[in-house]
Write a protein that binds this ligand. Structure first.
Ligand SMILES: N=c1c2ncn([C@@H]3O[C@H](COP(=O)(O)OP(=O)(O)OP(=O)(O)O)[C@@H](O)[C@H]3O)c2ncn1[C@@H]1O[C@H](COP(=O)(O)O)[C@@H](O)[C@H]1O
Length: 107
């Protein structure tokens, strides 16, 4: 998944906000509200854990794609673009996790 893929998907997710609930999976999920989206994120995270425990690479990729997709739906529903997450990750590139941890304590 490249940054373009994320942006393309974000645009589709945005467009689903004005779609009828019965016309698409994402529109239906939006119509169920934030808790339903959070539930899917939790379920998909669990499926990633199970796939990793099974140790089948294709399964891990498939389940991580499901997890990323549902976190993208959550970002869209919260009015956020995936670029904000990419920027945050970029900010951390080259810094040690220990430095990051120390800076969080000040927040
Ligand atoms: N990338 C995805 C994507 N990944 C996973 N899914 C759906 O997410 C669900 C995964 O949940 P589960 O594995 O729990 O399967 P399920 O039992 O069918 O899920 P539930 O009905 O219980 O929620 C499945 O229904 C998948 O079809 C996705 N649905 C849509 N997209 C993208 O979102 C775009 C918009 O989708 P629509 O809103 O359907 O047009 C599409 O063009 C795709 O690019």
């Amino acid at each position: 998944m490249t940054q373009n893929t994320l942006s393309e998907l974000a645009a589709v997710l945005e467009s689903r906000k004005s779609a009828a609930a019965d016309s698409s999976y994402v529109a239906k999920l939006y119509s169920k509200g934030t808790d339903a989206i959070l539930k899917k994120v939790g379920e998909e995270a669990t499926e990633v854990v199970m796939a990793a425990k099974d140790g089948v690479p294709e399964k891990i990729v498939y389940e991580v794609a499901d997890l990323w997709f549902h976190t993208m739906v959550l970002l869209a529903e919260q009015g956020l673009h995936p670029d904000a997450v990419l920027e945050e990750l970029q900010r951390r590139v080259g810094t040690s996790g220990l430095v990051e941890k120390a800076s969080r304590k000040k927040d």
